[in-house]
Design a binder for this molecule. Structure first.
Ligand SMILES: O=C(O)CCCC[C@@H]1SC[C@@H]2NC(=O)N[C@@H]21
Length: 249
């Protein structure tokens, strides 16, 4: 039997609208951080209002917690989560070859999208009432291409790329352990070691990429991620720090 990190709760649901919605429903009564795994979501969602479909056997879970830091620090947990997904994949497949992190928090395998992460929170002013980190991983299947936006990174599955078949429950165990290790590092030493670990696994660092928002597009050399988690590009206009965007290679 695999270990489970101390202090973290776990609930496994056969079906739910979205584990992010379930997180919002249970947040007020939490006594500690809690993982919610769903075998099926009827209304899974992704970034920028997109639907997230997960064929059976893929991983859909949310970690819900009640952090006390200011919202801009809480948001850095998106890097913590991406690192944890990366390490869980490594632990379960025994390889890191082809694995990379795409800013801000996608996990790529052989250049395709293996995992997406969506952070949601509630409350402001006095601090957040909860943070929900929703994580989807294509363990066995990829969403059909008609669900994809034009220009989106092509989805891949862990099974198709590595031949390793992992159940959602086993993935949760590995992910929860990896997350707890990075969370401990984050709360003890701050963002710096997380940032360093993230950069060591970054896709396209030092290469030319394009960051697109609803209003603008910036192309430049991917220099680094700064202490606030911004993407730093060296563009024709000089050094630009970008807090939120979609990245295109
Ligand atoms: O657009 C993305 O890349 C983020 C996808 C996040 C999907 C996960 S699946 C578990 C959790 N519940 C949801 O409804 N979405 C997230």
């Amino acid at each position: 039997m695999m270990d489970w990190p101390e202090g973290y709760g776990k609930r496994i649901l056969d079906e739910v609208d979205s584990t992010l919605d379930e997180a919002a429903r249970i947040a007020a009564d939490l006594s500690g951080p809690e993982w919610i795994l769903a075998k099926r979501q009827t209304k899974g969602r992704g970034r920028r209002g997109r639907a997230w479909k997960e064929p059976q056997g893929n991983f859909a879970a949310t970690l819900v917690m009640r952090p006390t830091e200011p919202p801009q620090v809480v948001a850095l947990r998106s890097f913590v989560a991406a690192l944890a997904v990366y390490d869980a994949c490594e632990a379960l497949t025994g390889r890191t070859e082809g694995l990379a992190l795409k800013w801000p928090n996608d996990v790529l395998l052989n250049g395709g999208k293996l995992s997406g992460i969506l952070l949601e929170s509630a409350g402001a002013g006095q601090g957040l009432s909860h943070l929900a980190i929703g994580i989807g991983v294509n363990l066995v299947e990829t969403p059909m291409k008609e669900w994809l936006d034009p220009g989106a990174v092509w989805p891949v599955s862990l099974l198709s790329e590595t031949g390793v078949q992992v159940t959602p429950e086993d993935f949760l165990n590995a992910l929860a352990l990896a997350y707890a290790r990075y969370e401990h590092q984050f709360t003890t030493y701050g963002f710096d070691p997380i940032r360093t670990a993230w950069l060591a696994r970054a896709a396209k660092l030092g290469e030319v990429i394009t960051a697109r928002t609803n209003k603008s597009e910036t192309t430049g050399t991917f220099e680094t991620v700064d202490a606030e988690g911004n993407l730093v590009l060296n563009s024709a206009k000089g050094r630009v720090c970008i807090p939120a965007a979609e990245i295109f290679f």
